[in-house]
Design a protein around this ligand. Structure first.
Ligand SMILES: [Zn+2]
Length: 154
């Protein structure tokens, strides 16, 4: 068990307007490599924010400031034992490849509520984008700038 250090924001890297189910995410991440999955033991994220703003819990979490082994998800290699990962459905344009902030107004509202609640409970834990920890486009928006715009200072 390690101390939680990061809340990492992600996108599913799916086209604008396309819904993603938890079963799909699980199949992409934990399905066997031979069948196109990544073969991971656990899905990549603790929570998923759907297009309509619904937050779905994918992996159990006891909401304390530690990362228990059973809470670990596979969002960013090298950081998972000290991170919680949350993902929104979307992140690329309709062409299926160009990174784009596709958050719907419902997703924006839900993500804002999510990070504000998290920040209130864990003011010392950094909230970052996947692209701040690895060379990725994910989550397709500037997380520090967005946090500032909703009044979170860290
Ligand atoms: Zn990511």
């Amino acid at each position: 068990m390690r101390k939680l250090k990061y809340l990492v924001l992600h996108c599913t890297a799916t086209p604008e307007g396309r819904e993603v189910t938890s079963d799909e995410i699980r199949a992409w991440h934990t399905g066997p490599v031979s069948k196109g999955g990544r073969g991971w033991k656990q899905v990549g994220y603790t929570d998923m924010i759907h297009l309509d703003g619904t937050v779905e819990r994918l992996v159990d979490n006891n909401e304390d400031a530690n990362v228990d082994n059973w809470e670990i998800t596979n969002g960013v290699a090298g950081y998972n034992s000290v991170s919680r990962h949350v993902v929104y459905a979307g992140g690329v344009a309709k062409d299926g490849k160009t990174p784009k902030d596709t958050r719907t107004s419902e997703q924006l509202k839900a993500m804002e509520a999510y990070v504000k609640d998290f920040h209130k409970r864990f003011p010392d834990i950094r909230i970052v984008g996947h692209n701040q920890l690895a060379a990725k486009a994910c989550p397709s928006f500037d997380v520090p700038k967005w946090l500032k715009s909703i009044g979170i200072k860290q």
